[in-house]
Design a protein around this ligand. Structure first.
Ligand SMILES: [Zn+2]
Length: 226
């Protein structure tokens, strides 16, 4: 079996991060750990954390570091992720989170941090057309809707535009993201962990670029160790 991986994927919303994370988690046979999915499930279950998160997300605000890291720390200490690794999606967003994550993933550390680069105008277009199943989270778009009447092909749930996918909220979120993650990219670059990957083109092409970057890194590490 292919070796696992301890991978963080960064990229603004609409960069295809979720799609790539699913594909990479299948490729490396490790769990896809998505803070977005974890938070949505907390919101749906109306847990205390979920209720706090819901009102923040409605306002287009980011979730506080300690709330995110508590969830991530718990998930990454489970046996599947400590064994083979993980594809982490949605975290870290700040250097404070990165430092906290660094402590969580010791003693092995991360293998690599992928930054998916897609131009903002392309991202805005993708996000405005995005639709999602309220029950299972399956993704659709106005260009690729479900087969029947905005009913989910997978589970039969209702397919809608997310509350936080309006143009104003998207723009605010992208601006916040850029502001907050610029120092984060520098942080990983300084630690020689960052790989910038072109996120445009077909999902297949993007996955090949990411896998290629990881293969190159592994060859290099093997060479260093020999
Ligand atoms: Zn569904």
């Amino acid at each position: 079996m292919i070796s696992g991986v301890r991978l963080v994927v960064l990229g603004k919303q609409g960069a295809g991060k979720g799609t790539q994370c699913v594909r990479l988690s299948h490729h490396y046979v490790v769990p896809h750990v998505s803070t977005g999915d974890m938070l949505r499930s907390e919101v749906k279950s109306r847990s205390p954390l979920g209720q706090r998160a819901h009102s923040l997300m409605e306002q287009g605000e980011l979730i506080p570091d300690e709330m995110v890291m508590e969830m991530v720390g718990a998930r990454l200490s489970e046996r599947d992720t400590t064994g083979r690794g993980f594809v982490l999606d949605g975290c870290p967003r700040t250097t404070v989170q990165a430092e906290s994550l660094d402590a969580i993933v010791q003693p092995f550390g991360l293998d690599i941090v992928i930054n998916l680069q897609v131009p903002t105008n392309l991202v805005m277009k993708r996000l405005a057309s995005r639709r999602v199943c309220v029950d299972c989270g399956a993704n659709y778009s106005t260009a690729a809707p479900p087969l029947v009447n905005w009913t989910c092909d997978v589970c039969g749930g209702e397919v809608v535009q997310r509350d936080d996918d309006t143009e104003e909220v998207i723009e605010r979120r992208l601006n916040l993201y850029e502001e907050e993650t610029a120092p984060l990219l520098d942080w990983y670059k300084a630690r020689d962990l960052l790989a910038e990957i072109n996120g445009t083109g077909s999902p297949d092409a993007v996955t090949r670029r990411v896998v290629g970057a990881i293969d190159t890194l592994r060859r290099k590490m093997k060479g260093d160790g020999a």
